[in-house]
Structures are given as structure tokens and as C-alpha cells.
Ligand binder design. Structure first.
Ligand code: FDA
Length: 366
């Protein structure tokens, strides 16, 4: 065996793990099937703008340990996520707050807004929501549902809200203050200079092989290290023996615009069903970059097929049952660690991925 660990995947999970065990003298080899490190947090500098290649990545957490940890590797700015939604020719602030309610109904006080939402909920009289539509109306009333939830959610999941399970929307944050800050977390920001520099620092002393897929030479990789840290798809690892796990995918369409400022905000959601993309990202606003041109990316949700990137796990009953079977196999492995969003078939925010990697590395060392 040449290495202590073979790490499959150079996203946040694999990179934090490699850094942590590397500090204690363990040797790691990272293999990555893409032509760059970083997984989905990869940012690429184009025309002086740091472009979030796999969708907008805004760091936010309440966990001071993770926040301090990441701040070792980059300075963060004080970016606050305040997305805007466009429905037909109307523009609304998100998350749903007094600015949204004022625009929707002209009401100025929390009392007035609460009364309108309550009245709309009572009109519908939904007792036990059976689907996402009923659940959303029960939470925010008909108007907000129709203009700001319905079209966006149907595009996101490729199904009618009346056919989607209610569990997808457990909560819809409603705020009765004039506060457009999307996240409630204590710490929030974007690393100045992008995320890739963080990954590069984490992997500075680690051997990395890009354009290398674990499955093209599986036998070789299985015999190169004492242990494997696997951050790819768990169903693929087990040859889909219990069936394929379902995902939702995304298509990104980027363009350079010959203007300084295209939309005045980093994130604008398009909540109308007729427009095929869910949002437009204007990357320069993440870091307040001063350039003559700008780069925008339209985000289209699409059906997941093999060879597409698996972005969002569909954690419904059917897939959860399949995942549980794979999880059981994984738990019985002695020399393989499964970590990160694809191996755990779970949507993790960045801070959760980092937290999990730190915990896993600590367990290995103790
Ligand atoms: P990640 O997918 O990043 O890394 C896995 C790596 O393994 C990939 O590089 C892949 O190529 C490689 N790999 C897989 N199979 C392989 C194989 N067979 N051989 C070799 N390599 C292989 N979070 C947040 O906090 N704020 C945000 O704003 C967002 N925004 C956001 C937008 C979108 C569109 C998505 C999909 C996700 C987010 N996230 C987020 C979540 C964030 O992207 C996530 O927490 C981390 O990227 C997860 O890191 P991992 O290392 O688990 O996976």
C-alpha cells in the first residue's frame, strides 16, 4: 500500500479530510474525475470576475468553529444574501417579509399583514395538507403561493405542486420585519477571491490526480491505500444493486454582457412558470467587483440522466428506502469511509459538509 488514504473527490469533504489527517503525517492521494479541484464550490476567475461555476454559493452558518476554521484559508466579505423575485412585471423582496407584503397588498404594519395571511388561510380551510400546494397555502396564503412559490417550485422539481409531497416545504420563512436578509445565521459571507483558493490551500501538500475516475480503474485504486474516503455516488459504488437513487439536475447558461451592471443584484429568482429558468446569477455582485463588463448565469432545472451532474437528491419515501439499504452496506465496511453529499445522499450546506469532514477526520485520528 502506497498511501494511508485514497480520497475519491476533491470537494469540501475530501479536501478538509485530507488537510486534517495530513497535518498528523498521514499520506493521502486525491483522485478527481473533473479537470479541476473543489467539486461544486469551484469558482473560476473570468474577465476579473469570480464565477460560481456550479451555482451560487453563499457561505452561512451559526457554527463558530466552522466559521473560524474557514477564515484561516480566506478573508470573507460581509455579503448578505437578499434575493429578489420577479413575477411577470412585478418585483418582490425575499424572503417573505414586510417589504414583500407591502408590495403585494400595500399593508404597512405587521398586524395588517398577519390578518391578510390568516384570512387567506381560513378561506382555503386546509386541515391536513396532502400535497405541496395545500401545505404552502396553509403556511403563507393563496397570493404568495400563486405569485412566488408555485411556478418556481414546479420548475425546480419538474412536477405540479399538487403532485409534489408536502414534506418538501416544511417551513416557509415569513418575517414580519422589513428585513431582506435571506439567512438567519450569525455568520455569512463570500471568500474574497473565490472558493477555489481555499481548496487549493487545503490540498497544498497533497498529491492530486485530476481527470481520474475511480471507476475506470477500480481495482488499481482499491489497492493503493489502506483506506478509501469515497465522496461519489453511493448507489454507483455498489453497482446500483438496490436500484438507482433519483436526483434533480441543473443546466447553467452563462454569458458575458457588455455592460457594467445587468440586474443590480447577485440573485434574481423568476417565479413565473412560463420562463424556463429559475434564477439569474450576476456573479460580480458577490464580491462587489469593479469591471466594465459583467457575467450572468441562467439556471435551468432539468431531469437527471446518467452523465448529467446529480445536484439535488430527491429524498422521498421511495429513494429513502433504497438509500437505507446502501447505508447498511456502507456501515459494514471496515476500510471505506463514505462522506459528503453524494455518498450520504443528502443536501448539505457547505458548513455541514465541513463539519462532517472535521468530525470524520477526528474519529480517524483518535
Ligand atoms: P462535491 O460534489 O462538491 O464534491 C464531490 C467531488 O467528487 C466532485 O468534485 C466530483 O467530481 C468528485 N467525484 C464524484 N465521483 C467521482 C469518481 N467516481 N471519481 C473521482 N471523483 C469523483 N451550500 C451553501 O452552504 N450555500 C450555498 O449557497 C450553496 N449553494 C448551492 C447551489 C447548488 C446549485 C448546489 C447543488 C449546492 C449548493 N450548496 C450550497 C451545497 C454545497 O455545494 C455542498 O455543501 C458542497 O459542495 C458539498 O461538498 P462535497 O465534497 O460533499 O461534494
Amino acid at each position: 500500500m502506497l498511501y494511508d488514504y485514497l480520497i475519491v473527490g476533491s470537494g469540501f469533504f475530501g479536501s478538509v479530510f485530507a488537510y486534517e489527517v495530513g497535518k498528523l503525517g498521514k499520506s493521502c492521494l486525491v483522485i478527481e474525475k473533473r479537470d479541476h479541484v473543489g467539486g461544486n464550490v469551484f469558482t473560476e476567475n473570468l474577465n476579473g470576475i469570480n464565477v460560481h461555476k456550479y451555482g451560487a454559493h453563499i457561505f452561512h452558518t451559526n457554527d463558530k468553529e466552522v466559521w473560524d476554521y474557514l477564515n484561516q484559508f480566506a478573508e470573507f466579505n460581509r455579503y448578505t444574501n437578499s434575493p429578489v423575485a420577479i413575477y411577470k412585471d412585478e418585483l418582490y423582496n425575499l424572503p417573505f417579509n414586510m417589504n414583500t407584503f407591502y408590495k403585494m397588498w400595500g399593508c404597512k404594519t405587521p398586524e395588517e399583514a398577519k390578518k391578510i395571511i390568516e384570512k387567506q388561510r381560513n378561506n382555503e380551510n386546509v386541515q391536513n395538507p396532502k400535497n405541496l400546494e395545500e401545505q404552502a397555502i396553509n403556511l403563507v396564503g393563496r397570493d404568495i403561493y400563486a405569485k412566488l412559490v408555485k411556478g418556481y417550485t414546479e420548475k425546480q422539481w419538474g412536477k405540479k405542486c399538487s403532485e409534489l409531497p408536502s414534506f418538501i416545504i416544511k417551513r416557509l420563512p415569513v418575517r414580519f420585519t422589513y428585513d431582506n436578509n435571506y439567512f438567519n445565521d450569525k455568520y455569512q459571507g463570500i471568500p474574497i477571491g473565490g472558493y477555489t483558493q481555499i481548496i487549493e490551500k487545503l490540498l497544498k501538500n497533497v498529491k492530486v490526480k485530476l481527470n481520474t475516475n475511480f471507476f475506470t480503474d477500480r481495482e488499481k485504486w482499491e489497492n493503493i491505500a489502506n483506506k478509501i474516503v469515497y465522496t461519489g455516488m453511493i448507489d454507483k459504488y455498489y453497482g446500483y444493486c438496490y436500484g438507482k437513487l433519483e436526483y434533480r439536475s441543473l443546466k447553467f447558461e452563462s454569458e458575458i454582457k457588455n455592460i457594467e451592471n445587468f440586474q443590480g443584484n447577485a440573485v434574481i429568482n423568476y417565479t413565473e412558470n412560463k420562463i424556463p429558468y429559475t434564477r439569474i446569477i450576476e456573479h460580480k455582485h458577490f464580491e462587489n467587483t469593479k469591471t466594465n463588463k459583467t457575467i450572468i448565469t441562467k439556471e435551468y432545472p432539468i431531469k437527471y440522466k446518467e452523465n448529467e451532474e446529480p445536484y439535488y437528491p430527491i429524498n422521498d419515501d421511495k429513494n429513502s428506502k433504497i438509500y437505507k439499504k446502501y447505508e447498511k452496506l456502507a456501515k459494514n465496511e471496515e476500510n471505506i469511509i463514505f462522506g459528503g453529499r453524494l455518498a450520504k445522499y443528502k443536501y448539505y450546506d457547505m458548513w455541514e459538509t465541513i463539519k462532517e469532514a472535521l468530525k470524520t477526520a477526528k474519529n480517524e485520528i483518535n
